[in-house]
Design a protein around this ligand. Structure first.
Ligand code: NIG
Ligand code: FE
Length: 418
């Protein structure tokens, strides 16, 4: 029998609890459900009670002596952060491309010359399952140490059935072995594999006829994602792939309008994608369509910074009524980071989200973007006890003191992991 955990005297307990159901928009993104002198009671990995220290002290007076007590005086406590967009399982690394880009090569130049996603695909095809597990485990440990307790993970460095399945099976094993929760996405359409260069439609057929059914049958993914971008997949091809996935029960996501405006945001709204990712170049019409359809904008400010691009218009999207989530995009090319606190800082600095909106985007809205809002993303009775205790006294200070890891302790399902 594991001891109950009693967290008490949090200077600020940001519960993220709200009556608003589903992804939060506009003013609802600023409501953090704050409790001063806040307290949590955890039993068997689940949040049992949330309130002020006084309230919980009275309610559990006969059990207090049995609990493990955590004194959070002068500390902020939040839900575990959720990262709704990662490419965490891959082989090798690409630090030489970083230097090439600093000398002037563009992301697409490198990819079209066989580097970029193609280089990682080659290294991932060559890696064994054990090697992929070993490398990804280090990244997962780093996520946890930065307060991230749930992530999404995409395949897409295989682009043939064998390696796509290998990546997804590795995620399944990691889910069993590691404390972090991983929600899997199939992204066979991450680029056009070299074997199919100039025969994009043939690959789309192959993906729809031969890959998607196996992924669905083996229940290896919940979502289906496509890189809809000029020179990669057209909106038409993307739509075919995502509609085919939908028929098999896979929920659509889209890498949209990252490099050029290409109708990706509009397509996401049209087909009812749960989220559209990147959106650096999303059009005004696309933003409005997303607000209308309730498609979440999953924004990746570190990717924009790393590619030396202007960040997505996060402020404008929120003002237009789009629900915004944020993510690392953890991948070996455009954003090799596992730091969600840094992403929260950047969301404020480069997209003008307020500190409160940024925290909502990294917790509750992020959970909505991967359909986990019933389990994680807020501190409410009955939810998983995924909790972060920070070395700052407030969420405002957390967003203000940037580029530093302020995590003090992390609980995953009630177990202290950091
Ligand atoms: O989300 N844009 C496409 N895919 C990834 C990058 C993958 C890579 O460069 O390896 C992204 O940025
Ligand atoms: Fe990505």
């Amino acid at each position: 029998m594991i001891k109950p955990v009693w967290i008490k005297h949090a200077a600020q307990l940001a519960t993220l609890a709200s009556d608003v159901k589903g992804p939060r928009t506009k003013e609802a993104m600023s409501n953090l459900g704050l409790i001063e002198d806040g307290s949590l009671w955890i039993e068997n990995g689940i949040i049992h009670a949330v309130g002020t220290t006084k309230e919980l002290e009275n309610r559990f007076s006969d059990k207090l002596h049995k609990a493990e007590i955590v004194d959070a005086t002068n500390h902020l406590v939040t839900p575990g952060l959720v990262d709704p967009h990662t490419h965490v399982v891959y082989g090798g690394s690409r630090e030489h491309e970083f230097e090439m880009r600093l000398k002037g090569a563009t992301y697409m130049d490198i990819m079209n010359a066989g580097g970029g996603i193609h280089a990682t695909t080659k290294m991932t095809r060559e890696a064994t399952e054990d090697e992929l597990i070993e490398q990804a485990t280090r990244r997962l440990d780093s996520f946890l140490s930065h307060g991230v307790t749930t992530i999404e993970g995409k395949s897409g460095y295989g682009m043939n059935l064998e390696t796509e399945l290998k990546q997804l099976r590795v995620m399944k094993k990691l889910q069993e072995q590691h404390m972090i929760d991983i929600v899997p996405t199939f992204m066979g359409a991450h680029a056009v594999p070299p074997e199919y260069k100039g025969r994009e439609d043939a690959f789309v057929h192959h993906l729809i006829d031969d890959m998607l059914p196996v992924v669905a049958e083996e229940k290896l993914a919940e979502f289906n994602d496509v890189f809809c971008e000029k020179g990669v997949y057209t909106p038409r091809q993307s739509e075919r792939i995502l509609e085919a996935g939908k028929r098999l029960g896979l929920i659509p996501k889209i890498h949209a309008d990252e490099i050029e405006p290409y109708g990706g945001a509009e397509l996401a709204a049209k087909i009812g994608a749960i989220s559209a990712e990147h959106l650096l170049k999303a059009s005004e019409a696309g933003i409005k369509a997303m607000a209308e359809s309730g498609t979440i904008a999953c924004l990746l400010p570190a990717t924009a910074l790393y590619l030396r691009e202007e960040a997505a218009e996060g402020r404008k999207m929120i003002d237009h009524g789009v629900a915004v989530a944020i993510s690392t995009d953890c991948n070996p090319g455009s954003s090799p980071t596992t730091s969600m606190p840094l992403i929260m800082n950047l969301a404020c600095i480069s997209m003008r989200l307020t500190p409160a909106e940024s925290l909502t985007a990294a917790t509750y809205n992020a959970a909505c973007a991967i359909n986990r809002q019933e389990q994680v993303g807020s501190l409410e009775v009955g939810k998983q006890a995924d909790i972060v205790l920070w070395n700052t006294k407030s969420y405002q200070e957390l967003q203000y003191l940037f580029g530093v890891n302020h995590v003090k302790s992390v609980w995953k399902k009630g177990i202290k992991v950091v």
